[in-house]
Design a binder for this molecule. Structure first.
Ligand SMILES: [Zn+2]
Ligand SMILES: [Zn+2]
Length: 142
């Protein structure tokens, strides 16, 4: 009977266990991600309709969309650690509070940089408009 090559078997078993844990880790990650996507979609459909759309420009690519705090008090929730999945779960648990809406990242940033109003909506607000006009004049040497 051939001598069992212990080293070979230890290596093989080690490798199998390694692959098993890697696979289960990957499955776990995928499961988490699916759960996260589902929770996110529930929240986005509630606030943005089905399929969810940006409340300002109508962008409907889910990856472009984000939860926006209508009163611009997002900092309060961020301080509580409520971002991403935690925010979505918090919204569901709190019966979808009204002070949220769905915006795309463009409109979200536009709003943040334009004193709370997306440039799509009311044109640039006056002070921003003047600053931009001045900057444009300088650039164009008018
Ligand atoms: Zn938008
Ligand atoms: Zn907009």
């Amino acid at each position: 009977m051939a001598k069992i090559d212990e080293k070979f078997w230890y290596r093989k078993i080690g490798r199998d266990i390694y692959h098993q844990t890697e696979t289960s880790k990957r499955l776990h990650r995928e499961q988490n991600k699916r759960q996260y996507d589902k929770v996110k979609l529930d929240v986005f459909i509630h606030y943005g309709g089905n399929p969810p759309k940006c409340a300002c420009c109508g962008e409907s690519g889910l990856r472009f969309l984000t939860i926006d705090h209508i009163n611009n008090d997002g900092g309060k929730h961020r301080k509580l650690g409520l971002t991403g999945a935690r925010l979505y779960r918090w919204l569901i648990k709190n019966n979808f509070p009204k002070e949220f809406q769905i915006l795309c990242y463009n409109c979200n940033c536009g709003r943040a940089r334009n004193g709370g109003i997306c440039p799509h909506k009311k044109g640039l607000n006056n002070s921003t408009n003047i600053v931009l006009q001045e900057a444009a004049k300088e650039l164009l040497n008018i």
